[in-house]
Structures are given as C-alpha cells and as structure tokens.
Design a protein around this ligand. Structure first.
Ligand code: ARG
Length: 266
C-alpha cells in the first residue's frame, strides 16, 4: 500500500473524477485508508510505499505492476499525469528484491489494475481497451508463461478490469456484465460455470463492489448489497465492508489501493 498523504483529485482522467477536483477531505482520506490498512493487516503483511507530492494517484498501488513470483512487469501508463509514477514503483520494487521488467513505451499497460490472476486455473485475465492496450497481451504471455484471456472493456466508468471483475478463491468470480463487450462477456460466461459467478448489478458495481481484496475467504470492499453479501456467504466467504468514498471520487477503492506481492501460485 502507499500512504495517502498526497492523495487528492487534481486532474480528470476518468468519469468519477469529474467535478471532484480538490473535493476530497483529508481527515476522511486518512481515516478510511487507515481502517482499510488495519483490516488487511489482520490477514496479510502490509509493506508501505511513502507518498510523493505531486503524484496524487500513487496511492493506487494496484497500478504499479503485475507481480509474478520475484519479478515485476511495471506499468506503462496511458495518461501523462500518471507516467512519472512508474519510476517510483520500479525503485520501490527493486529495493524490495523484485527483478523489474519494463515494456516498450508505446505498449500501454496499467499493472494489476488490468491483469488479474484466476484463483483456480493457471490463467491471467487481462482487461484492455480503455487504459491498457491489446498489444500488451504477448508481453504478458511471455512474462507469466501461462494463458492470458483478454477481455475488452467498453464502459468508461469501469476503465480498469479490477473495477468490474474480481476472481475469488476456488474459482468463484464477481463481474459486472455491462462493462464488457459482447464477445468478452461470452468469453467470461463460457469459461466460468454459472454457479461459480455472480453478475453484479450496476448499483453494486457503482459502489465498487467488484473492487474487492480477496484474501482466503475474506472479501474486503467498500459496500455490497444484501443479495451480493448473501451470494458470497452461501459460498463460504466473509464480506468485510469498509467505506472508501473519498477514494471513489478518484475512481478507486479497496483493490486499487493495494498490490498483492505474493502471486506465485502457478
Ligand atoms: N484516479 C486513478 C486513475 O484514474 C484511479 C486508479 C484506480 N485504480 C485501479 N486499479 N482501478 O488512474
């Protein structure tokens, strides 16, 4: 995670940020982030990256890189406002013992925000079309050495895969169908059996319910409806809600605010 000291909305690069410039409350930012950190610390070791003045989105560490074993493929951000983050993430990851790989500058890729490991199959789900480019797929295949399933995103509100798609332990899946093109929705629904996946409502998706951190049977998220919580409980998951409204003004929530460093299951 990255300290939210310099977090704020200072530019608009997604629809959630519209009308929110300088609209976050520092006290609330700090308390919401600290509560999330306290929750995650109960289930994981949490390392910290210091915030950097002038990089308000650095707090969204999911976008740093995709991590696989001891290697990191660092992001190549679409918008100039976030491009300087790459160097800081790369330095931090190198200092933490990761071997850092980069992409050619013209291949856009926004890290674990758009690349999510399946938690059952040796498979990487890759979201493209709004931030990352389809051109990153062969690099991901080479980097991980497993199959990459591309999914095309088409709703600007759900611009990163982790805003609308969340693979869970034992092969379960949360996804918001409206965020995907018809072909990509079919790909999801063909690969994941009906009883294993929950098509989340627009309301839940708008509350960043798919932007969940799954550790074991824990699912940590901003807010989930009664139906969604019931679906998860019936499958043995515990839903932990923690308000992240200040970060939603920037288009992110629980999952975006963290990067998993121990992905090496396959
Ligand atoms: N304001 C940030 C952006 O638009 C939010 C990033 C959220 N991160 C994520 N993994 N979905 O880039």
């Amino acid at each position: 995670m990255c300290s939210p000291q310099y977090f704020g909305v200072e530019y608009v690069i997604n629809p959630w940020m519209n009308g929110q410039i300088h609209g976050t409350n520092y006290q609330l930012v700090t308390s919401q982030w600290s509560t999330l950190q306290t929750i995650l610390k109960q289930y994981a070791d949490v390392s910290l990256l210091p915030g950097i003045q002038g990089l308000p989105d650095l707090v969204f560490t999911a976008n740093a890189a995709i991590i696989y074993r001891q290697t990191a493929l660092v992001s190549s951000f679409r918008y100039p406002q976030r491009q300087p983050e790459t160097q800081h993430f790369a330095e931090w990851l190198t200092a933490d013992g990761f071997k850092v790989h980069t992409l050619p500058r013209d291949v856009l890729f926004e890290g674990a925000g758009d690349a999510l490991f399946d938690r059952k199959e040796p498979l990487l789900w890759f979201g493209y079309g709004l931030r990352s480019d389809a051109a990153a797929k062969p690099y991901l295949e080479k980097f991980i050495g497993t199959e990459v399933q591309p999914l095309e995103l088409c709703d600007p509100c759900f611009y990163h895969l982790d805003t609308c798609f969340c693979p869970l332990e034992d092969g379960y899946l949360l996804y918001y169908p409206g965020a995907f093109t018809k072909e990509s929705r079919t790909a999801i629904e063909t690969r994941v059996p009906a009883g294993q996946r929950l098509a989340v409502s627009r309301e839940d998706a708008g509350q960043f319910a798919c932007n969940a951190v799954n550790i074991g049977k824990q699912v940590v998220l901003n807010q989930s409806s009664r139906e969604m919580t019931r679906w998860l409980s019936e499958r043995g998951f515990t839903v932990i809600e923690t308000p992240l409204t200040e970060f939603m003004k920037s288009g992110g929530a629980a999952k975006c605010l963290s990067l998993r460093l121990d992905e090496h299951r396959f």
